[in-house]
Ligand binder design. Structure first.
Ligand SMILES: C[S@@+](CC[C@H](N)C(=O)[O-])C[C@H]1O[C@@H](n2cnc3c(N)ncnc32)[C@H](O)[C@@H]1O
Length: 176
């Protein structure tokens, strides 16, 4: 189910670290983070809110059909990781959850929440101070777009601006 590039990414992430996944869905990638990196702390951040405001996303009709579906997915994730001592679940928008963490807290984070430009930009800016010096902000779907965006690449645009504005290096692994 996961592309080779996402597994290559996990192989390169630090082991026994403090990390976060923004946008968890059913926790399949969270499970891989645990298996590949045995984190000391893995913070799973997702509001599990059903909304059609951003087109037919997984959480807005493409997969989940209602808030009850999202509640059920959240409950499954809670059960799935209830015996995983490293996992902390934050049922919140990523922008809200950011305030919970001190600066220089995470070794690395993985951003896979709302894929629209404003949200990607917000996640990048809000979480940058939360990353330790030398840490990593990772993600996927770099060249993601959808029909209503008419060829625009919101993630690529937000990331390119972010690395340019902050003078940060960008590494692409495999296909996005
Ligand atoms: C593509 S899915 C994540 C898939 C997951 N990372 C994986 O690889 O299995 C996107 C998730 O982002 C969540 N999401 C949407 N907006 C969000 C936000 N503002 N903050 C955090 N999560 C958000 C949705 O509820 C959904 O579960």
């Amino acid at each position: 189910m996961y592309t080779e590039s996402r597994l290559l990414l996990l192989e390169q992430m630090p082991k026994h670290s403090i990390c976060a996944e923004i946008g968890v869905w059913k926790g399949d990638f969270s499970d891989l983070i645990i298996r590949y990196t045995t984190p000391a702390e893995l913070h799973l951040i997702d509001p599990w809110v059903f909304t059609t405001a951003y087109g037919r996303r997984w959480y807005g009709g493409k997969k989940a059909q209602s808030q009850a579906d999202m509640d059920a997915i959240h409950d499954e994730v809670q059960f799935r990781f209830h015996e995983a001592p490293a996992v902390r679940i934050h049922r919140e928008l990523s922008a809200v959850a950011a305030d919970r963490f001190p600066d220089w807290f995470f070794d690395w984070i993985y951003i896979d929440g709302n894929h629209y430009y404003e949200f990607v930009k917000q996640d990048l800016e809000r979480y940058l101070p939360k990353i330790k010096p030398g840490g990593i902000i990772a993600g996927d779907d770099f060249e993601w777009t959808c029909e209503e965006l008419a060829g625009m690449l919101p993630i690529k645009t937000a990331v390119d601006e972010f690395v340019a504005n902050h003078g940060l290096p960008l590494t692409l692994i495999g296909e996005s």
